[in-house]
Ligand binder design. Structure first.
Ligand code: DGT
Ligand code: CA
Ligand code: CA
Ligand code: ZN
Length: 582
């Protein structure tokens, strides 16, 4: 599909326009790009069938955008875009990964110092050439140095959200092969780590691997695997092991194991390595040997078929993959105090959703319908507030109007005998001084209030904590969204002191959000500490499009990695309980 390619071009054009200081237009391109990304149909097909008219019917696509799309479909290029690129021939994607650098600064760096990529940037930093530039200074240079470090550390690891859907598709294809009896994800993906080095699959081929024809079957699986669409390079292919490089930029490993060893192999290849070392040691202490082939007492195999059986044989209950990091799960397992982890089905609603009243894509009704289809009992609409101009944030008057609109929608649900409820919230900005950008009398009318830091994020720790303290102490504020500001693979957290944040949350009864988007904020270790302190959390998706509500799964996975149980997460409550809580 060409949709993604064109969306990427639109995003890039938006950046170029931003650099040139063009008003409004960048936003139009961003909206068009997002619309293409969310589109189920292939634009090329739409164009073939319906021509220009069909293109202009795509949401957020006007005349100019249709011109670009048509040109791209015909020539593979967009001239408007090519000219921008010529004027600024830098690796924009790479440089933008450096926190502290925006498109405008990148242009200055190119014009003044000829910087085209991170390598050039590093050289310039070493020579201390950045700080003296107009508009940069010592602080910016320091931020850039940190930003480069961050990019380097995270190199090559792909976001869970990006990779899991692709891996699942492959898994399904494997499962559908008649030569495959059983298949599973393994490795960090099964543990749902927030970033993934490579994808690991484990397969039992049918019939039994010990029968004479088994080898052939496992070879067929190998052949299929290395011929999957998207495979760009084959690192290796043997009788039971294959490894490939995908066009999307990551590797995938596949192993075929005999059914009698499946549990042991799954345990081994799920990892983590640290967890494996700990379990192997437990086996040794019992006079046993644990390997990817099974659990052995001398030469006798005593377990291996299932993971349950493997754990049991070394004296442990089953341990959920998300816990397998050797961070106390073995001790907890031995003491019978493993957490009963929260599950996706426990979630009764999503309270951080945006509508087209602000920068979201869909009406409140469409978002509500999507939530119902997910089996939720409620959805919370929390549009941005006026400070966030890029999102068309709402002011007091608009919020009050929205309140009436939501009342009407709820009246309709009630009239049709449906239990479903739309709750009205807001995602209000925490200003530099910690005050909320919406008047308290309006906040008080809403069902709940989310407060977040979006702007002025480069503050000293003490200032930032004072800012957050003031926000939490506002009696109208119920939830702090994405509390630390980090974005996986993109941005480190703000200068915060998490202990203080927990203390304040406890004092004020403020709920901390686990944001399911690429932020995955809170991160797992913070979730665990919040839980230990008895702080309540909420798992939200921050959806700006109805299709993003499926991201709930990732927030839940993150919560599980943080040992969270149902009782720790408030959107497992019924709507009545929840409203009472607020
Ligand atoms: P990744 O791919 O970097 O996100 O992380 P993993 O955990 O998926 O690591 P990977 O793909 O290298 O290996 C998959 C699992 O196989 C790993 O979690 C544990 C196991 N494993 C691999 N190599 C070793 C090893 O040298 N020792 C032990 N104990 N286990 C290993
Ligand atoms: Ca892996
Ligand atoms: Ca691997
Ligand atoms: Zn939001």
């Amino acid at each position: 599909m060409k949709n993604q390619e064109i969306a990427k071009i639109f995003y890039d054009i938006a950046r170029f326009l931003e650099i040139d200081g063009v008003a409004f237009k960048p936003y139009a391109y961003q909206k068009a790009a997002a619309s293409l990304e969310g589109l189920k149909d292939d634009v090329a097909q739409l164009y073939i069938k319906g021509g220009r008219k069909a293109l202009e019917e795509i949401p957020a696509i006007g005349k100019a955008m249709s011109d670009h799309i048509e040109e791209y479909l015909k020539t593979g290029k967009v001239k408007f875009y090519e000219e921008f690129k010529k004027s600024l021939p830098v690796n924009m994607d790479e440089l933008l990964r450096v926190e502290g650098l925006g498109p405008k600064k990148i242009k200055v760096l190119y014009q003044k110092l000829g910087i085209k990529n991170i390598k050039d940037l590093e050289k310039a930093v070493k020579k201390h050439q950045i700080a003296p530039l107009f508009g940069f200074g010592e602080t910016t240079e320091k931020n850039i140095i940190q930003g480069i470090e961050f990019v380097k550390q995270n190199k090559g690891r792909v976001l869970l959200q990006e990779i899991l859907p692709i891996a699942r598709e492959v898994l399904e294809k494997l499962e559908n092969l008649k030569e495959v009896q059983k298949a599973s994800l393994a490795g960090s993906l099964r543990r749902r780590k927030e970033t993934i080095g490579d994808v690991d699959f484990l397969v039992v081929s049918s019939p039994e691997a010990s029968s004479p024809s088994a080898k052939k079957n496992s070879e067929k699986v190998m052949d299929f695997f290395v011929a999957l669409p998207g495979v760009k390079k084959i690192w290796g292919k043997g009788g039971t092991k294959a490894s490939v490089h995908m066009a999307q930029g990551f590797d995938m490993d596949l192993r075929v194991v005999p059914a009698k060893s499946y549990g042991a192999a799954l345990q081994y290849f799920t990892g983590s390595q640290a967890h494996n070392i700990a379990t192997r040691k437990m086996a040794i202490d019992k006079g046993l040997k644990l390997s990817e082939y099974g659990v052995f007492s001398g030469s006798k195999m005593i377990a291996g078929k299932t993971e349950q059986e493997v754990y049991k044989s070394i004296g442990l209950p089953y341990i959920e993959p998300e816990l397998r990091e050797d961070t106390g799960e073995i001790t907890a397992a031995l003491g019978g105090s493993l957490p009963a982890l929260i599950e996706l089905k426990d979630i009764k609603g999503d309270l951080h959703c945006h509508s087209n009243w602000n920068g979201g894509e869909h009406s409140i009704e469409v978002m509500a319908k999507t939530a119902m289809e997910r089996g939720y009992e409620y959805i919370g609409i929390s549009d941005h507030s006026k400070t966030l101009k890029i999102e068309n944030g709402l002011n007091e008057g608009q919020l009050l109007k929205q309140h009436e609109a939501i009342k009407k929608i709820n009246a309709k649900f009630l009239a049709s005998g449906q239990k479903f409820r739309v709750l009205h919230g807001v995602e209000a900005d925490i200003l530099k001084d910690g005050s909320i950008d919406i008047k308290n009398e309006v906040l008080a009318k809403l069902d709940y209030v989310i407060a977040s830091v979006h702007l002025n994020t480069k503050m000293e720790k003490r200032q930032m904590m004072a800012r957050i303290e003031k926000a939490m102490k506002n009696p109208n504020v119920d939830i702090i969204a994405h509390p630390t500001g980090r974005i996986v693979n993109q941005r480190d957290e703000y200068q915060i002191d998490f202990d203080t944040m927990l203390k304040l949350a406890k004092e004020t009864g403020t709920i901390l959000e686990i944001n399911s988007s690429a932020r995955l904020d809170l991160r797992d270790l913070y979730i665990r500490r919040a839980k230990q302190e008895g702080i309540k959390m909420i798992i939200n998706t921050d959806s700006h499009h109805k299709d993003q509500m499926v991201f709930m799964e990732y927030g839940v996975a993150q919560a599980r990695r943080g040992w969270a149980e149902k009782k720790d997460i408030i959107n497992t409550l019924s709507v009545e309980e929840l409203l009472e809580y607020f």
